[in-house]
Structure formats: C-alpha cells, structure tokens
Design a protein around this ligand. Structure first.
Ligand code: FPP
Length: 264
C-alpha cells in the first residue's frame, strides 16, 4: 500500500532532507484518518547497554529521533503528536539517570525552541509539573507561550505523566467543583469529565505506537485510548527512523476502526 503517486521506484515513503524540504507536496498523498499519534518511546537504555554505553547516551540518541519524527508529521497528515517522555513511575530510576533526563529535557527545550517555532509547531506539556524543578517548569511555560499561536503541528510532551495520576487529579478538582455547587452530579458526562483531564485540548489518539518490543500500556493515556489502535514494534526508540514511523502510520491508516459498531 502506498500513498505516493509516482510508484516507479519504491512504495516506501522517503523523507526529504535538507533546506529544500517542504511540507506536504503533491508527490505525497497523506492518509487522512490517522491525525493523532501517541508514542511510548521505549528502548533507549537497551540501545545504549548493547553498545557498552551509559544509558544516558541512549536517551540523547532518543532525543535526536524526536526531532526527526516531529519534522515528518505534517508530511504524512499527522496533526497531533504526543510523546511519553517521563512517567510518574520513572522517578524510581537511579538518581543520576533521572537527573540526566531532566537536564536533557531542559537542553531539548533550549536547543529546539527556535526551530519548533519556525516550523509552526505548537508545543504543550501534560503531566503533574509540581515535582519538576523550577528551571524546567519555567522553560516549559515559555515554550508553550512562544508557540501558542502555531497550528502546523500540535506536539504534546508528557512529563511526569501517568494516566492514573491524571484521572486522580481530575477527579479531585471535579469533586471540589461538585462540593461547591459549580457542577451538578447529573451534569458529569464523559465529555465534561474530559475537560478536567490534562489532554482537554486534544482529540483522542488514533494510534499509539510503542517501540522496543514491550507490549504494555504503562499508564499512558488510559482514558483517551479507549478506541485507539496499537502498534508494537520491536525496534528500539533510538533506531526508530522517520521512515519507519511513516510506514507504521500508513499501515494503521488502512485498518478498519468500528468504535464498537458491528462489522460492515
Ligand atoms: C524509555 O526507555 C525512555 C524514557 C524513559 C525516556 C524517553 C526520553 C527520550 C526519548 C529523550 C528525549 C525526549 C524528549 C521529548 C526531548 P528506557 O530507558 O526505559 O529503555 P529500556 O527499556 O531499554 O531500559
């Protein structure tokens, strides 16, 4: 299956590189039904360990993949990209790894902010910021503000995020609103509950990808994934190229999604 009009050479998508690179051209017909892709970026540690390198080298390599995959999204019709960068459970890792990851997130924002803005990417963060350090929180807020008017791609980075934690925080606020009379219990619906979640501005994900061969959900977008398609790939995140990503998105675009209705 291929969305290229010119099928002479290959059916696989080849990302264009270099300054001449444009977004959607008539060379590519992007699928229209996979608009929100969420990714559990797993396997950085194994990638590094297999090469005899410190785990943080794998995370750094992983950050390079983030750049490449963000770049390709508009070309293949992906309007929302959500990345699981640090879970509420990841604090259990060695102190040095956690510190290294936090420093990597700060450096990513400092290094990529200009480029993301020039590419008209709107960046937002989900998760509980309370446990993050003040410098990182400030950088996150600045990036959100700087890119707030961008519409080419919506990039959401989940930092200190957990689906259960998100639901717990949402229910706490909802309980306060109910107790104070702002919300009547009978007005609580799936839709109104959705507004209490970190993801209130996002459509539900169409596709959730997990790299590295693990086949678990790991507390990611528990509420939002009710009807998402899943794709588990054995490739470790630092090896997951934009081309591999485009192929997975294309593959998913051909799946029949019934949202609970009978087969046609
Ligand atoms: C899981 O792999 C990965 C993480 C906990 C960190 C994800 C972070 C990045 C990809 C770096 C940059 C991200 C951004 C948004 C700039 P793992 O360490 O659990 O791998 P393993 O299962 O092989 O040990």
């Amino acid at each position: 299956m291929c969305w290229r009009q010119n099928r002479k050479k290959s059916c696989r998508f080849r990302p264009r590189r270099g300054p001449e690179r444009k977004f959607v051209t008539d060379e590519i017909i992007p699928p229209r039904n996979v608009r929100h892709v969420a990714i559990i970026m797993d396997g950085n540690g194994r990638w590094a360990t297999r090469r005899g390198l410190p785990r943080l080298v794998g995370h750094r390599k992983g950050a390079e993949r983030v750049r490449e995959i963000v770049d390709i999204c508009p070309d293949i019709g992906v309007k929302y990209l959500t990345l699981y960068a640090f879970s509420t459970e990841n604090w259990k890792r060695a102190e040095a790894e956690v510190a290294g990851l936090m420093s990597l997130f700060r450096r990513y924002i400092l290094r990529e902010a200009k480029r993301l803005h020039e590419n008209r990417v709107r960046v937002r963060f989900i998760g509980d910021r309370a446990r993050l350090d003040q410098k990182l929180i400030a950088l996150m807020a600045q990036l959100e503000e700087k890119t707030a008017k961008n519409e080419h791609l919506n990039l959401t980075i989940a930092l200190n995020y957990g689906g259960r934690d998100e639901l717990t925080r949402a229910v706490r606020v909802l309980a306060e609103d109910t107790a104070s009379g702002r919300v009547a219990p009978e007005d609580i619906t799936e839709e109104s509950l959705g507004f209490y979640l970190d993801t209130r501005y996002l459509p539900d994900p169409d596709l959730i990808i997990r790299t590295s061969g693990e086949q678990r959900v790991s507390n990611f977008l528990l509420w939002q994934s009710a009807y998402a398609e899943y794709e588990f790939t054995p490739t470790l995140w630092p090896d997951f190229t934009a081309r591999a990503f485009a192929d997975v998105v294309l593959g998913a675009s051909t799946r029949e999604r019934r949202f609970g209705s009978a087969a046609g």
